[in-house]
Design a protein around this ligand. Structure first.
Ligand code: DX5
Ligand code: ZN
Length: 221
């Protein structure tokens, strides 16, 4: 289980996105791109044109987190645009199996996200369709929120399910991940860590990524 860090550009300076991406290019594994449509979540961020621009300029693979309604309609275009990973929300997808398969066939890793209140059990049969399961550790919509410890038992159960399955599925956590919380998430079994404010709010974002990775690796043992 290799630890990976995916800094969220939601907390970056949007007027200097290319430089902000560059600041973590040598230390991070992915660039986490939060797409919000002001319907699925009460916030509006960016869409396909910005993802295409980042894809052309950034060296890290893009980890697109779609917090949008109707992901069945919109997600395939993100995979076709060259995103390395495309994650849709279980609460929004009407045909998750079809959409996850379309993402994979377009050459991207397929991810499914669950909000803090969404139960894991209803989705456990979908594991073979997934490359990554994202467990939200805040209600989606904004950076800088407090990590929800109530999600820790779900992370543990998800790790157990993944361990017992044949599939190699990454377990991502997103929301409130910081020097204070990353160890508990890693101990519970997460292996891919999204961090927005903890990286881009730091003096040196590249160093913040290295420090978070070291903490997670130590906690995961
Ligand atoms: C929240 C987004 C997160 C956000 C995390 O809905 O999905 O990716 O950027 O920001 P922090 O790490 O500040 O909680
Ligand atoms: Zn996110």
């Amino acid at each position: 289980m290799a630890i990976q860090i995916s800094p969220s550009i939601l907390s970056a300076d949007f007027t200097h996105l290319a430089e902000e991406a560059e600041a973590v290019a040598r230390s991070a594994d992915w660039l986490h791109v939060d797409v919000m449509d002001n319907h699925f979540v009460p916030n509006l961020t960016l869409g396909l044109p910005v993802v295409e621009a980042l894809r052309a300029s950034a060296s890290l693979p893009l980890d697109c987190h779609l917090m949008i309604e109707d992901p069945d309609r919109w997600a395939p275009a993100y995979a076709e645009a060259g995103a390395g990973s495309v994650t849709i929300h279980a609460e929004a997808a009407k045909a998750p199996v079809r959409t996850l398969r379309t993402i994979r066939s377009a050459g991207a890793r397929a991810g499914l996200a669950l909000n803090p209140a969404t139960a894991l059990d209803s989705y456990s049969d979908l594991l073979p369709e997934l490359d990554m399961l994202l467990l939200m550790t805040v209600e989606p919509g904004f950076g800088g929120q407090k990590f929800l410890d109530i999600v820790l038992p779900k992370i543990r159960r998800a790790r157990e399910l993944v361990r017992n399955s044949d599939a190699d599925i990454w377990l991502q956590v997103d929301g409130g991940v910081s020097a204070e919380t990353i160890e508990r998430a890693a101990e519970a079994g997460a292996d891919v860590f999204v961090a927005g404010s903890a990286v881009y709010g730091a003096q040196d974002p590249g160093y913040a990524v290295d420090a978070l990775r070291a903490q997670a690796e130590k906690a995961a043992g």
